[in-house]
Design a protein around this ligand. Sequence first.
Ligand SMILES: *Cc1c(COP(=O)(O)O)cnc(C)c1O
Length: 233
Amino acid sequence: MITNQLDKDSVKHRVLEIRKKLAYAAAKSNRNVNEISLMAVTKNVSADLVNVAIESGIRLLGENRAQELNSKYDYYERDNVDIHFIGHLQRNKVKTIINKVDMIESVDSEHLACEIGKQALKNNKTMPILLEINIGKQQTKTGFDPDKVLEAAKAIANMPGVKIRGLMTIPPKENVTYYFEKIKDIYIDISQEKIDNVSMDFLSMGMSSDFEKAISFGSNIVRIGSLMFGSRY
Ligand SMILES: *Cc1c(COP(=O)(O)O)cnc(C)c1O
């Protein structure tokens, strides 16, 4: 699939190293490391190598593309492993993944939430979702405008087949601290609204370069790609 992937031993080693850093960051913030999920982001990584991460104890995978998930799904060793969708999701692809994922973290519009609800109901389930926030209001990024997310949360809370469980974000590379703080405030604000059918349990933020900092701002899902599998390109 790609040429510069790491070998199996390196991935095992890296998972251990990441766990150490995670534990240290949690301790520094007086947090219980067991309350923070370490997600392996699998884009462009072979199913074989993803399975090495699973053998090393990873219990959560993050998938960016519906097509890629569908092609690798049967090769994953999926026992006791959850899969979250974290990439931009087109509405017409929802039905192809609805029975493969345990959560969709990248809900960036009411239309998408509505379609997820529809497909979930067809399959007799309720899909847990996170609202993705475009915290830096970047034109190149998807996600709800931070000023409109409360309103959106209230609308989506009424939709059958989906349940809001928290927020997800990818902050701009500059001023990461500022944006982590901002999203934490939004997370607290929405929690305090106590909207029916919304439970703000998850704050998904932090990637290879900034997960330790994200933990200090309350993240409980860190999404790690390159630090675990090597650079993808
Ligand atoms: C690729 C990706 C990540 C992981 O990024 P790294 O910097 O490689 O750790 C996390 N979240 C999303 C949504 C991604 O697309």
